[in-house]
Design a binder for this molecule. Structure first.
Ligand code: UDP
Length: 342
């Protein structure tokens, strides 16, 4: 059976995709530098610890495992961090992707699913955001994702590859079995930030960026999608481009907007605690409203999102945060202390 290379498969989205691949009987190998991912998240296949800058190791991995397609996650992915360290983002995301594409071309790998982002749109003219909406990213992160989209399209044209570009909206939720989950120290995404505040007895109020934005309650509006549903999209998208040899670009969201304040209220409902917050200045990298027009993604891939309620997404994250995350954080700390990357 042909093998799929999953770059960044030790991360939050990557590991959920690995679980989905395993459930659909696929053979795959994870390539991850473990800088932000977790060894414990790689449970269904071999792990090659390596960086995208290491072309020799990439090539050796592709050849040794008879890789025929790639799902590419390995990237830095924090919008606000990218504003502070743009060079790191261009180096890691764009140079890393170029290395991967060069090695794919050299080794004859012809299919790639790419993890792109709604951050590539910037502040859209119209919401919901149609797939053909202009892309004018306002952050280095968004710009690196757009640059990679273009690079993939150019390489695909030249080498007759097929690709799927998946522009994710806001990914949250968790594997309901709690086999894997989101672990960053510190957490950077809004749902775990709010829930950890609740778990840690409200050490400090949650900063909510905004308050004066042109949205109903002045805070950012986001289109949240459950990571398990996003994972299914990857599996189907890969099957689709391999079977048809036709490339596709999809917005992956549900088309439902939730403001950060509404989200906070849902978190209070789920945790059954009041969660203190403090309004903070709007962040220059955060567009006020990012809601997808998911268009054809669900129909083209013959899928139905399973978890469509924000409350269910928060419940799954809450289960993870209370029951499994603490042990994973300990593991990560132990490996950092012992000098081996996690
Ligand atoms: N956000 C916030 N406080 C925080 C972190 C995030 O108000 O401590 C807001 C952020 O401005 C954005 C939304 O929550 O509007 C989602 O942020 P997240 O980092 O989860 O995803 P992003 O949309 O930045 O990819």
């Amino acid at each position: 059976m042909d093998t799929i290379l999953v770059t960044g498969g030790a991360g939050f989205v990557g590991s959920h995709v690995c679980k989905a691949l395993s459930r659909s009987g696929k053979k795959f190998v994870v390539y991850d530098n473990l800088a932000r991912g977790n060894r414990a998240a790689v449970q269904w296949c071999d792990l090659v610890v390596g960086d995208l800058s290491d072309r020799n190791l990439l090539q050796e991995t592709i050849e040794r495992h008879s890789v025929k397609s790639v799902i590419h996650f390995a990237a830095l992915a924090y919008v606000r961090e990218s504003i502070l360290y743009p060079n790191m983002y261009w180096q890691n995301n764009v140079s890393g992707t170029k290395n991967l594409l060069d090695v794919m071309a050299e080794t004859g790998v012809r299919h790639i699913v790419f993890s792109s982002s709604c951050a590539s749109y910037g502040v859209p003219d119209d919401v919901p955001i149609h797939i053909d909406c202009d892309q004018n990213p306002i952050t280095p992160y968004g710009r690196t994702k757009l640059a990679c989209e273009w690079m993939i399209q150019d390489y695909a044209r030249q080498n007759e590859w097929s690709y799927a570009i998946l522009r994710y909206f806001n990914v949250t939720g968790n594997d309901p079995d709690l086999d894997i989950g989101e672990v960053h120290e510190p957490e950077t995404h809004i749902v775990p930030i709010i829930l950890l505040n609740s778990l840690n007895f409200h050490q400090e109020p949650v900063p909510i960026f905004g308050g004066t934005l042109p949205t109903a309650d002045g805070t950012c509006v986001r289109d949240f999608i459950h990571v398990t549903d996003l994972a299914s999209v990857h599996v189907k998208a890969l099957e689709h481009i391999v079977a048809t040899n036709v490339s596709a670009v999809f917005n992956v969201g549900l088309g439902k907007g939730t403001s950060v304040l509404e989200l906070l209220k849902v978190c209070e409902e789920v945790t059954k605690k009041r969660i203190p917050y403090q309004m903070a200045n709007p962040n220059p990298g955060d567009p006020p409203c990012l809601v997808a027009d998911p268009g054809k993604v669900w129909t083209a891939l013959n899928l139905n999102p399973r978890y469509t309620e924000i409350k269910t997404m928060v419940e799954h994250t809450w289960q993870w945060i209370q029951n499994k995350r603490p042990a994973w954080i300990k593991l990560k700390q132990q490996s950092i202390d012992s000098g081996s990357v996690c």
